[in-house]
Structure formats: structure tokens, C-alpha cells
Write a protein of this length. Sequence first.
Length: 176
Amino acid sequence: MKHPTLKWELIGIAVIFLLGSALHFTFEWSGEWTPVGIIAAVNESVFEHLKLTFWPTILYAAVTCKLLRKGTNNFIVAKTAAVYIMPLTIIVLFYAYTTLTGIENVFIDIFIFFVAVACGQLISYRILLTEPLPEWLKLFSLAFLVILALTYGLFTFYPPHIPFFMDSVTGTYGIP
């Protein structure tokens, strides 16, 4: 029999995918209200699309925290690994396919988003089932979660002027 945690991590794939998809439009739906830009994509840059995995994963982790902590280990480490694996997967797959094909396709982008979420959740699942990791790794993971959250906020308002942060539609950077 499969471990019950697998069920929750698989449900997480769907929840994170759907919430992340909604966050793609949330800034626009809010009337471009600046505080919403911290959690939602504010433009069509690659960077802004990475936030679409982070905040839904954090929310889903918060909701399932008590549920998944029973019978598992390394919760913070597992969720930190997930929120780092997801954007790395998006970056690698997006730049690989656009470099090799010379095109961008919204359907491929959506598929990549789904694959990234699935990879993050499945890696999280594996870490949840490993033997307990050292306590210092939990603190290290918490610090990396905070750093990533601050990075998303900072670069939304003060993005470097390099292609990774540039809106592919308007050629602008960050909050309009």
C-alpha cells in the first residue's frame, strides 16, 4: 500500500497548479493593486512566472502542515526543496525548449509549469519519507524560504534590467 502522504502530495500538484494559474491573472484582476504584486505575476517575464509556484506551495504547505507531519519527517526541508526545484525546473525546461526551437508556445509553457509543480511535490514526498535530517538543516531551510520570499518581493519592485526580468510583451520591468 502507498503511504498516505503520497495522496496529499498528489492533491498538492493539482491545488498548486490551479492556484498558480489563477495568480497569473490576479494582479490584473486586482486593478494592478501594488501589494498584490508581491504574490502574483505583474508581467510576462520569466521571473514573474516563478512566483506562481512559490506562494501556492507555501499556502498548501501551511494548510497541510499538521496533516503531513504525522508519520513523516523533514517537513520544512521537503517544502523548501519543492519551492526551489519548481522554479529551477521551469527555468531549465523553458530556456531549453525556446533555445532549441526558437519559439515560445503558451501550451508548452503551461505544460512546463505542471511538470515543475509535479517535480517539486514528488521530491517533497521523497524527503518527507526519509529518515530525520539534522536539526540545523531545518533552520537552514527556513532561512532559504525567507530569502526566496524576500527575493520575489524585492525583484518585483526593483528588477535588474536583464532579459530574465523583462516583460516579453511590453519590454518593461517589474511593477508597471
